[in-house]
Ligand binder design. Structure first.
Ligand SMILES: Cc1cc2nc3c(=O)[nH]c(=O)nc-3n(C[C@H](O)[C@H](O)[C@H](O)COP(=O)(O)O)c2cc1C
Length: 340
């Protein structure tokens, strides 16, 4: 059997294969952050396509923490039911499901809400200059992550992912390019990691110990003076004891620079995190080849593979990959007659 199609257990979550659908904002929630029928069909289709773990898109923990006014949300109890239906539909089709809990920080484009960040530095000319967060606001946001995690548990999610990548709020605290605070949240690497440390502590007060927590990070800022993989590896090592079970390794988005991307371009960053922090990692980026995915796993460069756009193009990519790797895969019974 290929490594890609082998099962993977972390805490109480057993995945039937090593493929994770990457979180991808669909920007089509109701104005009030409610899930729609479209989300149900979109995610359940990938479950039918046999994806092992579906990581649902960035979901706002606060109304002012949305990227856009069409983001999903978990800042109100009314938002639990719709998401719970999606979780149930994915479970019925054999997938495990997570939700990415997010706060957009200075990259929020919801103009009816204030934009907040560790420091009052704007992302680009087209963004607002954010307000520097007060200690009270830091407390509020930590509690918002905690409350959203509690609602995620009620919705039945198997795992949560804290969005600490791409220049959104937690990522803004981690990077020296966006965090110029002079209090205990800024300065040294340890200080910049304090906000994430405290968010993890808050989340753990409500999120069951038996369920895993993933943290997604930007390992490379692609700008002088920014974070590099070694910095993120040190941060992950520092915070390992706070309950990070898996690191989803991404890059960029902190400043307005586009990296040169090629298949597997972030895998080398994942290797650094895995090696230095000794935490299992999820690697990806332009992966649409089953052979490349297999190489990464077999050479122990990563533990899981995330697949984004390829799964938007082809929700049945997992079936195709299994066929290419000559694996017997649980085929949806309803589609049995389409099997070779
Ligand atoms: C439409 C779209 C929406 C995305 N939304 C998110 C998101 O909500 N959270 C996140 O961490 N990354 C997001 N990303 C980044 C993806 O998770 C992934 O890292 C990126 O697309 C690279 O992987 P790929 O080459 O397999 O698509 C998004 C990407 C796309 C294309």
């Amino acid at each position: 059997m290929s490594k890609l199609m082998s099962s993977y257990q972390i805490k109480n979550m057993e995945l039937k294969n090593r493929i994770m659908m990457a979180p991808m904002c669909m920007f089509c929630a109701g104005e009030d952050g409610l899930a729609t029928e479209w989300h149900l069909i979109h995610y359940a289709t990938r479950a039918v396509g046999q994806v092992g773990l579906i990581m649902m898109e960035a979901t706002g923990v606060e109304s002012r923490g949305r990227i856009s006014s069409r983001d999903l949300g978990l800042w109100r109890d009314e938002q639990i039911e719709g998401l719970g239906k999606i979780v149930k539909a994915c479970h019925e089709n054999g997938a495990k499901v997570g939700v990415q809990l997010a706060h957009a920080g200075r990259k929020s484009e919801v103009l009816t809400e204030p934009s907040i960040a560790p420091s009052p530095i704007r992302f680009s000319d087209t963004y607002r200059t954010p307000l520097e967060m007060t200690t009270k606001e830091i407390e509020e946001v930590k509690h918002a992550f905690r409350d959203a995690a509690g609602r995620a548990d009620q919705a039945g999610y198997d795992v949560i992912e804290l969005h600490a990548a791409h220049g959104y709020l937690i990522s803004e605290f981690l990077s020296p390019l966006t965090n110029q605070r002079t209090d205990e949240y800024g300065g040294s690497l340890e200080n910049r990691a304090l906000f994430l440390r405290e968010v993890l502590r808050e989340v753990k007060t409500v999120w069951p110990a038996s369920k895993p927590i993933i943290v997604r990070v930007s390992t490379e800022d692609y700008e002088e003076g920014g974070n590099h993989p070694e910095d993120l590896a040190q941060i992950m090592k520092l915070l390992k004891g706070e309950g990070i079970d898996l690191v989803n390794v991404s890059s960029g988005g902190v400043v307005n620079v586009s990296p040169k991307a090629y298949p597997g371009y972030q895998v080398k960053f994942a290797e650094v995190i895995k090696e230095v922090a000794s935490i299992p990692v999820i690697a990806g980026g332009l992966i649409g080849s089953s052979q490349l995915a297999e190489e990464i796993l077999h050479n122990d460069r990563a533990d899981l593979i995330f697949v984004g756009r390829e799964l938007l193009r082809n929700p049945y990519w997992t079936l195709q990959a299994a066929h290419e790797l000559r694996d017997e895969l649980l085929w949806p019974a309803q589609y049995e007659r389409s099997r070779n």
